[in-house]
Design a binder for this molecule. Sequence first.
Ligand code: GDD
Length: 343
Amino acid sequence: MKRALITGITGQDGSYLAEYLLTKGYQVWGLMRRTSLDPLLRINDLTVTRRINILYGNLRDSASIQRAIEESQPNEIYNLAAQSDVGISFKVPEETMEVNYYGLGRLVNEAMKINSQVRIYQASTSEMFGKTKPPQNENSHFAPVSPYGEAKLKAHEDFVKGYRNTHGLYICSGLLFNHESPKRGEHFVTRKITISLAKIKLGLQDSFALGNLEAKRDWGYAGDYVRAMHLMLQQDSPDDYVIATGESRSVRDFVEAACRALDMKITWSGKGLDEVAKDKDGKTILTIRKEFYRPAEVDYLLGDSTKAREKLGWKPEVDFNGLVAMMAKSDLDFFRKENHTRG
Ligand code: GDD
């Protein structure tokens, strides 16, 4: 039976990956930062949670990483822990570098000391492409514009490519484009949109505010992307792969698709910071606020995942409209039930 250690087990990807590996017969360990909250409350699917072995520790602490690896004796390590919020990374650049760059350094060094044959997946990101023109693939130039993208790129160069070439470590970078789901953190734009619109539809909220509506992202479904992570570690030799849908939409498109999924009609008016969206009764439900713009923006991401499709046999199952509808309906159901219980 294979054994996997997942850092960042309580996040969206950690939870989908754990679930997937359990279906494949793996024994799963999850590295988790200690908080005052019960871990069972933080991973929301209890049937999965009960089968995961939780180890306390974090990427800032080599001793805790060493203990976690010794205890779990993994064949595969999935490094999903990160300061993953791009906008916040401008406010906490040192913390971002500490976790996203040095964190991987600690992990690979501890892993190599204990078992140099271990296979490691590193969560790299399309944010590393930054300003590079789309479509982006494994050969595209990296030009990050955020502390988040810079830390991830440095980790990729020093610890993924570096350790693979110099130490022969089996380590892969998944250059994952944005991937979302009903479990997505609420500060990411997709979930912020689906939660806000669901609440507005139910009369629980009047309006919400966004930043740049024109940024384009290649949005896929997280459940599809964890299959690719696993496939990367099953190959004869380690490599890096772009994982994306090949379809890019703007934040504005996402808002419109979520409105369609919730059967809400909206009309846009105004420009720039004065732009608003109104509902069918002429009530403003969406405004634009400067504070949600970033100091530097990645304008256009569109991934070319030909290599993953050909070499790994991977392809996404959920398309853009399917993803938006899944998220919008899940939030609508949740708030409807919650409102019912409270009422
Ligand atoms: N978060 C947020 N909040 N983003 C907004 C808002 C808002 O109110 N308004 C507009 N946006 C725009 C951002 O400026 C950005 O262009 C886009 O929406 C997507 O933002 P996020 O959902 O925060 O995701 P991200 O693209 O910055 O980063 C995500 O994807 C990366 C892969 O490319 C994160 O998951 C990263 O960890 C991941 O590496």
